[in-house]
Structure formats: C-alpha cells, structure tokens
Design a protein around this ligand. Structure first.
Ligand SMILES: Cc1cc2nc3c(=O)[nH]c(=O)nc-3n(C[C@H](O)[C@H](O)[C@H](O)COP(=O)(O)OP(=O)(O)OC[C@H]3O[C@@H](n4cnc5c(N)ncnc54)[C@H](O)[C@@H]3O)c2cc1C
Length: 401
C-alpha cells in the first residue's frame, strides 16, 4: 500500500475477509489486479460449523487452483435425499458423485468452514490481508473513496467492495433496506456419526421434512453437521441474529419425529437459536466507487445451501468485469456486474424463501405435489447448481467489445 502521513492509497479495497472477500481477492489476482483486504476481526475465525458447496461454487474454486486442497478436506455426499419426517421414507433421492459432477460441472462438497477459510486465506497470504481493520466511515471524493477504520487509519481507494456481510457498513453507504426476519429460526450442531445408530445413509445430504419444521444434515469427516429449522418465533426479539431458546425446546420440537432425528438433536447441547434473516435487494448495487458483494447484497435463507455459493459466483463475475475495464472503468464494470448478478441472486433468494414453507408442509396433497417436484432434480435444483457464472460473464463482456 502507498502511504503518506495520514492516508494510504490503494486501487481496490475489499472490506470483509469472509468467503466472498477472499474469493474476490484471489479472482482479481488471477486476472492480474491487486487488492487489499480489510477485515474487522483480529484473526479469521468462522462461526457456524460447516458449509455445503455445490457445483456452481466448486467449479469456480477449482478454477482458482484450490480444488485439490479443498477436495482433500471435504466429504462428497453419496446422495441428496428428502425423507418423511416420521416414517423416514425416501420421498426423493438423487445420487451425488461422479454423475453429479459431470452433469453440473463441479463436485459437491461438505466442508468445515474453518477449512474453507484457511484454504482461502493461505492462498491469499498475509501481506494484503489487514486484520483488525473495522470500517467505520466512508465518503466519496474526486480522487477516490475515503475509508475510515478508526483511530487515524484512513484509506483512499479507487474502488471499494463491500463484502462485509449481512450487517454491511458499505451497504449503509450505498443504500438498501435492513435485514428482514423470515419468521423461522434454526439450531445447529455437529454429532459424531457413531452416536446416530438409527440414521440411514449417514453420508447422504438429507432433508427430513415435516409439519412446521425440517432438519438438514450432511457428513463432514466422521461427524454429521445439522441445521434444524422451526417455524417461529413470530417476532425476533433480539438485536442480532443469535438469540436464546428455552431449555429443551429443540428436543421438544422434534419429539414425534423419526428416531434418527431425535438422536441427532439430543446428541449435542442445545445451540443458541439463529434467527433466519434475508436482505432484500437494494435499489442499486453500487454508488460511485463502492459496490456490494455476497451477503451484503443479497443475504438469503439457507434452504438451498446457496449463500456462500452465490457469493463465490459474485466474486468471479466482479473480478471478470473489473479486469475487463480496469479499475478506472469501475462505472462500466459495476453496471455489467449488477446486470449479470441481480436477477440470478434474486431468483435463488426467492426460491430459498419459498422452499422454507414447502419443506414445512403437513402431510396431504400439497406435500405430495411438493414431493413430485423434489423428484425432478433438474427442475428443482439443476438451474442453480448447473449455472456457469464465468461463462455468463464472458458472454456479456465479449458481446460488448
Ligand atoms: C445457518 C446457516 C447455514 C448456512 N449454510 C450454508 C451452506 O450450506 N451453503 C452455502 O452456500 N451458504 C450457507 N450459508 C450462507 C453463508 O454462510 C453466507 O452466505 C456466506 O458466508 C456469505 O459470505 P460473505 O463473505 O458475503 O459474508 P460473511 O461470511 O458474513 O463475511 C463478512 C466478513 O466481513 C467482516 N466485516 C463485517 N463488517 C465489517 C467492517 N465494518 N469492517 C471490516 N470487516 C467487516 C466480517 O467480520 C466477516 O469476516 C448459511 C448461513 C446460515 C446462517
């Protein structure tokens, strides 16, 4: 970074060193553009156990040269299965593995968030990753956007990317609504597979679906990572996404469910309750020299396992657009980026929202119609997992030459 006594000058400042910020930095570097990443935390630590990466995300990570390392740390599930909440009957099942990778252009991985974070940050290296830098102020100027990080730390950047998550400070500057509570909440846990004697197909990704709730799990190493989602509470009483739950509330919610589900939720101490929020699309993704990426632009419900995957898609597309124009052509680059990403992320966000209700239907004709849709993978998820974000960006930018 070039510095004078008060201000540091950078070309591209990425605010947030999460999955999106680091993937963007790597994708920019791959295209010959340097960036500086500013992360508020003093050390990178991922909350929330594990993450499922689908072909639309893994194909990009493979292209960035991270495939071998991530594959070694991941579990490829045997199948994607939807099961009846009480009987355990398979309502729909789709093999994952070589056939999935061939069909959708990349593997499906279950991976600890810490492993993913470590791979990304190691690949990026420490020199341009500034830990303990929390963005507190932002203002545009004729020769760059001025970023304040507390104390006397100020950065002037030609371009700033807000990859700073659901409570984004950059979004506050660009304009956009506050997070919206979905009326649902989740509990998470990691259970040794050996503690689940009733669990059929322990290495499959499984959704157990029933009235007012569902439970998703997948294998990570010799453990099973689960997310249990319940309707309610009707209002979210806490300031942030994490809140308390009454003693035994999770066990009680699943008391009538299949033994495998009961074993899973009983095997770990009850986690805090996660309020599930979305961020509606802002009127515009950029303002002047600032642009949004990932959860800061479109935080979504986790029911298609797509928040991180969409963030990775954003990163490769924004890098492609900025490489095409150069950082000085940011206005054109931001316009193309938004054109490529707005409709896609909105469609996935909506689908995840609608899925919440569909997975919580009581037994009956509506549930039977849903099961029919679940059995058609291409119709249900293929449009999400098969999307090639790089090819879409190439097509648009090549057409504009
Ligand atoms: C329960 C649950 C389960 C999920 N499961 C999946 C899944 O299976 N698959 C999937 O694809 N997605 C999943 N997601 C979504 C996924 O975790 C997010 O979409 C993804 O992490 C978004 O990445 P991001 O980089 O945009 O934001 P984040 O990962 O939130 O990173 C933002 C970073 O910015 C930093 N930051 C914030 N403010 C500032 C500031 N002012 N200054 C500097 N730095 C700042 C933060 O410290 C953080 O490091 C799940 C989400 C939830 C809640």
């Amino acid at each position: 970074m070039a510095t004078d006594t008060t201000t540091t000058d950078v070309d591209i400042a990425v605010v947030g060193g999460g999955i999106g910020g680091l993937t963007l930095a790597l994708a920019l570097r791959e295209r010959g553009i340097d960036a500086e990443v500013f992360e508020q935390a003093d050390e990178l630590r991922e909350v929330g156990a594990a993450v499922a990466l689908a072909a639309n995300g893994t194909r990009i990570l493979e292209r960035l040269g991270l495939g071998d390392e991530l594959a070694a740390a991941s579990v490829v599930p045997t199948e994607l299965q939807y099961r009846h909440w009480r009987s355990g009957t398979v309502l729909a099942g789709h093999p994952i593995g070589a056939e999935y990778a061939r069909r959708f252009g990349g593997p499906f991985w279950g991976i600890h968030r810490a492993s993913l974070q470590r791979t990304l940050s190691t690949a990026w290296g420490p020199e341009r990753l500034h830990l303990g830098w929390c963005l507190t102020g932002i203002a545009d100027g004729p020769d760059g956007v001025r970023l304040e990080f507390g104390g006397d730390r100020t950065v002037r950047a030609r371009v700033v990317v807000g990859a700073d998550g659901v409570r984004s400070a950059v979004r506050g500057y660009i304009g956009g609504g506050a997070p919206v509570y979905s009326g649902t909440s989740g509990f998470r846990g990691i259970v040794p597979t050996g503690a689940l004697p009733s669990l059929p197909a322990p290495r499959a990704v499984q959704f157990w679906v029933g009235p007012g709730a569902h439970l998703l799990h997948y294998a990570v190493g010799e453990t099973v990572n689960f997310l249990a989602v319940l309707d309610g509470p009707a209002e979210w009483p806490h300031a942030a996404g994490l809140g308390e739950a009454g003693p035994g509330e999770l066990d009680a919610a699943f008391a009538q469910w299949h033994p495998a589900v009961r074993e899973m939720v009983a095997a770990v101490p009850q986690s805090p309750r996660w309020g599930l929020f979305v961020l509606p699309p802002p009127p515009r993704w950029s303002r002047g020299r600032a642009v949004l990426l990932g959860d800061a632009a479109h935080a979504m419900l986790p029911h298609h396992g797509q928040g991180a995957n969409q963030t990775i898609e954003d990163a490769t597309v924004l890098a492609r657009c900025l490489a095409d124009t150069g950082p000085q052509g940011y206005g054109t680059a931001f316009g193309r980026y938004e054109r490529l990403r707005r409709a896609r992320t909105r469609a996935v966000q909506r689908a995840a929202w609608d899925t919440s209700a569909a997975l919580h239907l009581p037994d009956g004709p509506d549930a039977a119609a849903r099961d029919e849709r679940l059995r058609a993978l291409d119709g249900w998820l293929g449009w999400i997992h098969g999307h090639d974000a790089d090819a879409a960006a190439d097509a648009l930018t090549d057409a504009r030459r």
